[in-house]
Design a protein around this ligand. Structure first.
Ligand code: SME
Length: 161
């Protein structure tokens, strides 16, 4: 795998996801180092879509702890069930949040963040980390983002076994 990501220009989000997911798959499938893989996934999503913030929070004992990300500095620790990330962990389910201010308990790492999607990653059916993607636009994520990000996090989860 070369270190260049091919991203179709002026394509729909779905077409971009279809193009980058196989490339990310080949980028991470032969690399055993988790931090390297998470860093490359965050970078690929940022490069392809220009998201405001994209990164991982890893389950460490009873908290989520900030992992590799792209974007402004962020909160380092999130408790189980707190915020959008802690809720995705607790419910073991993607959280699609069109307006973060309407989400009870949302943790505002940045006031520029307006909408958000958080996708859990599973190992042996347990949530071991979450992918958090933030936008500075309201209502910026839809069922396509959910479908493809869940697919991508499924690929990542398989590398953890
Ligand atoms: N908004 C998240 C916190 C993480 S930052 O957005 C990077 C939450 O409510 O869990």
């Amino acid at each position: 795998m070369s270190e260049n990501l091919y991203i179709p220009e002026e394509a729909s989000k779905a077409i971009k996801y279809e193009a980058i997911i196989p490339q990310i798959n080949s980028l991470i499938s032969d690399e055993p180092d988790l931090i390297s893989n998470l860093a490359n996934i965050a970078a690929a999503l940022k490069e392809a879509f220009g998201f405001f913030w994209v990164g991982f929070y890893l389950v460490k004992e009873d908290q989520l702890v900030l992992g590799p990300f792209q974007g402004p500095i962020a909160c380092t620790r999130i408790a189980f069930g707190k915020g959008v990330c802690g809720t995705a962990w607790k419910e073991a389910k993607t959280q699609l949040v069109p307006d973060v201010e309407a989400f009870p308990g949302h943790i505002a790492c940045s006031s520029a963040s307006k909408s958000e999607i958080v996708v859990p990653v599973f190992k042996n059916e347990k949530v071991v980390m979450v992918l958090d993607v933030d936008s500075d636009q309201l209502d910026d994520f839809d069922s396509d983002d959910q479908k493809y990000l869940e697919e991508l996090m499924g690929i990542l989860g398989k590398t953890l076994r």
